[in-house]
Design a protein around this ligand. Sequence first.
Ligand code: LLP
Length: 404
Amino acid sequence: MMDGVSLADIAQNFGTPTYVYSQQAILAAYKAYDDSFAEIDHQICYAVKANSNLAVLNELAKAGAGFDIVTGGELARVLAAGGDPKKIVFSGLGKTAEDIRSALEVGIACFNVESEAELYRINAVAGKLQQQAPISLRVNPNVDAQTHPYISTGLKENKFGITHEDAPRIYQIAHDLPHLKVVGIDCHIGSQLTQVQPFMDALDKVIEMIHALAKQGIALEHIDLGGGLGVQYIDEDVASIQQFAQLLLPKLKTLGLTLYLEPGRSIVANAGVLLTRVDILKPTEHKNFAIVDAAMNDLIRPALYQSEMAVIPTQLNSPVEAKVWDMVGAICETGDFLAKNRVLALADNDILAITGAGAYGFVMSSNYNSRPRACEILVKEGHAHVIRERETIESLWQNEKLVD
Ligand code: LLP
């Protein structure tokens, strides 16, 4: 069940594979951030990349959320979903001149700048529009986020941000460029951080930089600590949003700056499941494979990061004997698995829910093996609403052309 709606019924009515999100859970997580930081000026900017369905963005926009975007595409989505441009921060390494122009035209809150070259680019575009672009520098505090290397971003060998050593010089350039207005400082050290300590370490480094900048005559209005608080997928010990706030607040209060946060995963991951149907059971001498109708094209996290996500049956199948199964997709790759070594009582056509799938699930899906992408459903006030139709096979080649 999800908020009073049967997941088995959703599978029956809309087919599988299907992503299902709880509006209530999304808003509860957003509110947990908003309430926990109530003592200081703050803006929670949901990281659109985690789940960018228009209906999800629209619910968050109505609740007062801002948005963290990384492309012109995400900007357009937020605007289409009714997001307030004044609450948008624009992160990312490779903002194009066109992206920058669109963002300046609608008046976003801030560009999080990741290189000296990007400063000149933003200055030039803002100059043409006769504007001053609000900017922060994304600094790299060289903190080990203790997470998977592919989603760790705050070490000096990573491609992100500006080093501690370069920051004073590049801030000075920003300060001196005529079409830029330095408003803040930003960092994001990685994703799926289960403990608060790496955030505290990063905050200490950023506070040092804020003091050094003040001595240079550069005063800031806000501090952006990025996203990254992790979630429990199976049985990991993860700090809560409230603990995160309690530990950071004392230091933040002494700063007196507006706090921006860019959480993605911790808002949507556990608000969503991926429903999939057991298609073929293939017990073998070495392993038991349950071939399900979702695959790595629908949910790539297990294949890409060896992520473990919980799998639960949507109905109890007590007469069947429980066995250890690998849940795999039908794609022609050995890496196409969704879960390994799970003890489950499985029968043909059982509907399984992969939990924690609300973040970095559908958004990372592809059409590999010419598989149409899944349907997305939002459960709101006791009803299941289709928020993205399942793709049709014909739509897969609609932009393709034959050559004579
Ligand atoms: N801000 C910036 C600048 C980011 O790069 C990210 C995530 C976030 C905020 C949001 O972080 P979150 O609160 O969601 O941890 N596909 C990977 C995660 C990649 C995260 C990329 N950046 C996964 O499935 O685990």
